[in-house]
Design a protein around this ligand. Structure first.
Ligand code: HPA
Length: 272
């Protein structure tokens, strides 16, 4: 695996001129976040050795290098999900490649259902912690010592400095930024009312089908992680309405300009 990571990283390195500081993973309906980037190069996943290929609707499958907020970025337009049949090793492979390329930060942006009744569809939530209910972990198996330790600490998986900076910038920009705990599940079926009640009861504020395994892999290899999710639908047991992918994509698209604005100002003030 480490050899594959190195090969993919070497391939990408030849196609970029600046040393990227930030890696970004964009989710359902949020692929256009890269519109704010001054694009240097588009690298389709299928050209990168050992990269999995993207299949889901709304995900492009391109690694975009460029500049945003005066910093160099590597953005994944399109990501991989357990429900598509990918293994967690495949899902987290790009994260490990980014760490190998010497990036310092990983920004993960996803769509999520709101479990907290105060959060409205079309708002943002800053993730301060997670509960991994995917039944998976990308670190299972022999530890790759070149990447990180056997038992990585998860007490501050979501970087406190990045959380503080995001909150400050959201206030300055007058962007509503809720804050809470993300529960990661596999999907693809959405939650039953009983499951939704359970997820809220155990402390979840939002639920989604991605993110947690990428975050675990990122923390393992020493990246500083920031996760912001777009609340795309209300997932409340007693007034639950059917959720469609169209609703998720449309609400993600609605919130994406304010997310782009917020990210730009966060990145501008980021330490190199
Ligand atoms: N549940 C799980 N994943 C999701 C949801 C949801 O309600 N909305 C967007 N992703």
């Amino acid at each position: 695996m480490f050899k594959k990571i190195t090969e993919a990283a070497n391939f990408i390195r030849k196609r970029i001129t600046n040393q990227p500081l930030i890696g970004m993973i964009t989710g359902t309906g949020l692929g256009n976040l890269t519109d704010m980037m001054e694009i240097e190069n588009n690298i389709p996943y299928e050209q990168i050795p050992h990269f999995p290929k993207s299949t889901v609707a709304g995900h492009a499958g391109i690694l975009v290098s460029g500049i945003m907020g005066e910093k160099s970025l590597l953005a994944m337009q399109g990501r991989f999900h357990i429900y598509e049949g990918y293994t967690v090793n495949e899902i987290t492979f790009p994260v490990r490649v980014m760490a190998h390329l010497g990036l310092k930060y990983l920004f993960v942006l996803s769509a999520a259902g709101g479990l907290n009744p105060l959060f409205k569809p079309g708002e943002l939530m800053l993730v301060t912690d997670h509960i991994n209910l995917t039944g998976e972990n990308p670190l299972i198996g022999k530890n790759i010592d070149e990447l990180g330790p056997r038992f990585p600490d998860m007490t501050s998986a979501y970087d406190k400095g990045l959380i503080a900076l995001s909150r400050q910038k959201a206030i300055e920009e007058r962007i509503t930024l809720n804050q809470g705990i993300y529960v990661g599940i596999t999907g693809p079926s959405l939650e039953t009312p009983a499951e939704t009640r359970f997820l809220r009861f155990i402390g979840g504020d939002a639920v989604g089908m991605s993110t947690v395994n990428e975050v675990i892999a990122a923390v393992h290899c020493g990246l500083k992680v920031l996760v912001i999710v777009a609340i795309t639908n209300s997932n409340l047991p007693d007034c639950m309405t059917a959720t469609s992918i169209e609703e998720v994509i449309s609400n993600a698209k609605k919130v994406s300009p304010s997310l782009t604005k917020l990210l730009t100002v966060i990145i501008k003030d980021l330490e190199k």
